[in-house]
Design a binder for this molecule. Structure first.
Ligand code: ZN
Length: 152
């Protein structure tokens, strides 16, 4: 995809997910609840997951307040990880982390679907933590290793 096209799409997706965040609600039957905080920007979120006995993420939702990038990222993430296994979700995080921190054109953005759009954040290094906060929070939640995550 051309750089300009990618940038336009990036702005469109961020705008759309901010105006209308997906899965933005408390989940009463969640079995993982983790808070994420990015002190650099002030983004705060609570991530709710329902993971079944087969390690499948049956449901994902969030609450919180953050900047446009963190809100779009968590909204997209909850959409993408629903129905995936814990392992698949962690693989997505790994790929996402790579595209947000690298300018390697070899990375196949097309394979990542909508997530690739957020790769645009790599042009704004100070915002990378906004985009990755939800993913760090998700990673802690699926591992059941923390109840609070901060990016610092
Ligand atoms: Zn932010």
């Amino acid at each position: 995809m051309l750089q300009d096209e990618m940038r336009n799409l990036y702005q469109e997706v961020i705008f759309d997910h901010n105006r209308n965040p997906r899965n933005f609600h408390v989940m009463e039957n969640a079995n993982r609840i983790v808070d994420g905080y990015n002190p650099l920007c002030g983004d705060r979120l609570t991530l709710y997951l329902l993971i079944d006995d087969n390690e499948i993420i049956q449901n994902a939702s969030f609450q919180g307040e953050g900047c446009a990038i963190s809100t779009a990222s968590v909204s997209l993430m909850t959409e993408m990880i629903k129905g995936k296994t814990v392992k698949q979700a962690e693989q997505l995080f790994e790929q996402f982390h790579n595209i947000t921190t690298s300018h390697d054109d070899e990375i196949k953005l097309e394979e990542l679907g909508k997530l690739a759009v957020l790769a645009g954040v790599r042009d704004y290094p100070s915002r990378v933590k906004c985009a990755t906060l939800p993913w760090h929070t998700m990673s802690a939640a699926v591992k059941n290793e923390a109840t609070t995550v901060t990016t610092e």
